[in-house]
Design a binder for this molecule. Structure first.
Ligand SMILES: Nc1nc2c(ncn2[C@@H]2O[C@H](COP(=O)(O)OP(=O)(O)OP(=O)(O)O)[C@@H](O)[C@H]2O)c(=O)[nH]1
Ligand SMILES: [Zn+2]
Length: 221
């Protein structure tokens, strides 16, 4: 069993609380089915979810993703994931990730870290500051938050709970792979998501590329 590194968070193991099968259909008609797990003992006590797709789970419902599965750590974004907001790229990334995970057999960790960990209301306060000219990170700081308050200790606990010790990570965000490695989860490959550019999220994506080193191949401004 993986021993989580000291430092960022708990070394305590989390355990699976429930596992249920959920058929899924996106607004564009893409349909699939997921095995959805909840946990006991997560470091922050929040209701994070693990969804297994494709051959990452078996007929009898066991989640058995095999060595180095494709994994997406997706931070909750109500505006993007649910309402299709074009101010960010979360909604299309979620849709893209589910299709890739279904194809390859992999795990989506849906992390209750709305607003890069600052919460929904504060994210919308940050949007208002961005409308006044601040970038997505400056706005967090102006509100008295860190630029990014996310800690992925719970993600490492969830992966360990299903026996995963190393992953291929579907992300453009170098902090995600860095934190997982610090927590003792191997990252064998980083697979970038597509660039989901809209007129409303161009500044946001540029800020992620320029300030936090996101792997985003954007057209010249
Ligand atoms: N505070 C704040 N949070 C934002 C803003 N735009 C998006 N978010 C949040 O940022 C997070 C985006 O998470 P992810 O989809 O994992 O994006 P990411 O951290 O860029 O990493 P990858 O998508 O894996 O490349 C969600 O929690 C969103 O709610 C913003 O302008 N301000
Ligand atoms: Zn978003």
């Amino acid at each position: 069993m993986l021993t989580l590194h000291e430092g960022r968070g708990t070394t305590a193991a989390a355990s699976i609380r429930t596992a249920v099968t959920v058929p899924i259909r996106f607004p564009d008609g893409y349909a699939t089915v997921a095995r959805v797990l909840t946990f006991e003992g997560l470091a922050d006590g929040r209701e994070h979810l693990l969804l297994a797709f494709g051959d990452a789970w078996t007929e009898d419902g066991a989640v058995d993703p095999g060595p180095s599965p494709l994994v997406r750590l997706h931070s909750e974004c109500l505006t993007g994931d649910v309402f299709g907001s074009e101010r960010c790229d979360c909604g299309p990334q979620l849709r893209e990730a589910v299709e890739a995970l279904e194809r390859e057999g992999g795990l989506l960790l849906y992390l209750r870290q709305e607003g890069r960990g600052i919460g929904l209301y504060s994210k919308l306060d940050a949007y208002a500051l961005q409308d006044a000219g601040l970038d997505t990170y400056e706005a967090n700081l102006a509100l008295g938050h860190d630029a990014d308050e996310r800690d992925y200790t719970c993600a490492a606990q969830m992966l360990a709970a299903v026996g995963v010790e190393s992953v291929r990570l579907f992300t453009n965000n170098p902090d995600k792979s860095g934190q997982l490695r610090d927590l003792g989860i191997g990252v064998d490959a980083v697979i970038p998501t597509a660039v989901h550019l809209t007129p409303a999220n161009a500044r946001y994506l540029q800020a992620k590329r320029d300030r936090t080193g996101h792997h985003l191949d954007l057209p010249a401004a």
